[in-house]
Design a protein around this ligand. Sequence first.
Ligand code: PGA
Length: 250
Amino acid sequence: MMRRPIIAGNWKMHNTSAQGVALVTELGELTIDAQDVDIVVCPTFTTLGTVANALAGTNIHLGAQNMHWEKKGAFTGEITAEMLKDVCCEYVLVGHSERRQYFAETDDTVNKKVKAALAANLVPIMCVGESLEEREAGTTENLVGKQVRLGLEGLSAEQTGTVVIAYEPIWAIGTGRTATADQANEVCAFIRRTVAELFGPETADKTRIQYGGSVKADNIAELMDKSDIDGALVGGAALDAVGFSKIVKF
Ligand code: PGA
C-alpha cells in the first residue's frame, strides 16, 4: 500500500500573525507544484485565524499544536476541537514531548485528546518517543509501545487508520542530533507492528507514521526512503520557507 507522505511544520512558540502570514505566503508559492504530499503548518493559537486566510489558494493545510478534550467549560487558557475547526484547522498535534514534559500530559490525556479530535473530524498527529536515558537503558520499545497502546486505546480500527503517529525521540528534538535513518525506521516499523497487533495488518498498513527530531533539507531524503517512515514532523527547520519547502519536496 502506498501511504501518502505527510510533512508537518510545528512552529512551537514562534511567529506573530504578520510573521506567520509572510512565512506561509512564501511557502505557498514554493510548494504550489508539490501535489503528492500533504503539507501541514501548525502555528500558535493566536495566529491560526490569520494564517488560515493566507492559506487560500495554496496546497498547505492547517493544524494546531494542542487542544483540550472537553467540549466546553471552566478550563481557563484551553481551546476545544470545535474552536480549532472554527478557524479551519484540519490537524492537531497531540502529546508532543514538550507537552508531556513541561505540561504534565500523560498517555491518558493524550488518549482523551485523540478521541476528542477524531470526534470533531480533526486528524490527530499523536506524538510518541523516548528520552536519551530510556534509549540507553534499552527501554525504547517498551516505552513507545505503551505510548502507542494507551494513546490509541478505545479507538476503532477505522479511526486508527486515520491517525498520524509521529515518532520523535526526545534526544533528537532541537538538538541537531538526528536519529540515523535506520534508527528512526526501526522504531517506526515497531510502531507499525504494534498497530497491527492491536488493530490488524490492514489498519497498520494505512496508518501514517512520521519521524521527527532535527529533520532538515539535507537528511529528509534518506529518512523518506525508509520502508516505514511516511513523513516528518519538523520544528526548527519549519520556520524558514525555503528550507521547509525543500523538506516538502524531499
Ligand atoms: P526539531 O523539532 O525539528 O526542531 O528537532 C521537532 C519537533 O519537536 O516536532
